[in-house]
Design a protein around this ligand. Structure first.
Ligand SMILES: [Cu+2]
Length: 124
């Protein structure tokens, strides 16, 4: 999913929510010493003015924690993204199989079913 900031003002993705999970966090993945590590982005994900940030497996992504029901690949679910300046924006995210680049960790199944998303979202 590409977050496309059409405004001339820098913004920040500070959170996300959805009916399908208890909690959603903005995560980033980085390779350190050959090991893929994942952590929550502290203070939100910056989106430059007139720029874009790509959310995808192996990089920045929205992590679903505490799924209320199993998600099936091919299914779509609504997601609300919260931005510091743009406010709440709702998107529909397709559920995709996890990319081969993404390592399985302790978060197991939740991460498998995370929607990588091919969508494109414009912030006005
Ligand atoms: Cu994650």
């Amino acid at each position: 999913m590409t977050l496309d900031n059409k405004s001339g003002t820098a913004d920040r993705l500070t959170g996300a929510s959805s009916d399908v999970a208890d909690k959603l966090q903005i995560h980033e993945m980085k390779v350190e010493n050959g090991v893929m590590k994942m952590r929550e982005v502290a203070g939100g994900l910056p989106i430059p003015a007139s720029g874009s940030v790509v959310l995808k497996p192996g990089s920045y992504h929205v992590m679903l924690i505490g799924l209320k029901k199993p998600l099936t690949v091919g299914e779509k679910f609504p997601l609300t993204l919260t931005f510091e300046k743009a406010g709440n924006i709702s998107v529909t995210v397709p559920v995709q199989a996890m990319g081969a680049t993404e390592q399985k960790g302790g978060m197991g199944d939740m991460h498998d079913k995370q929607g990588g998303g091919m969508g494109h979202m414009e912030m006005k």
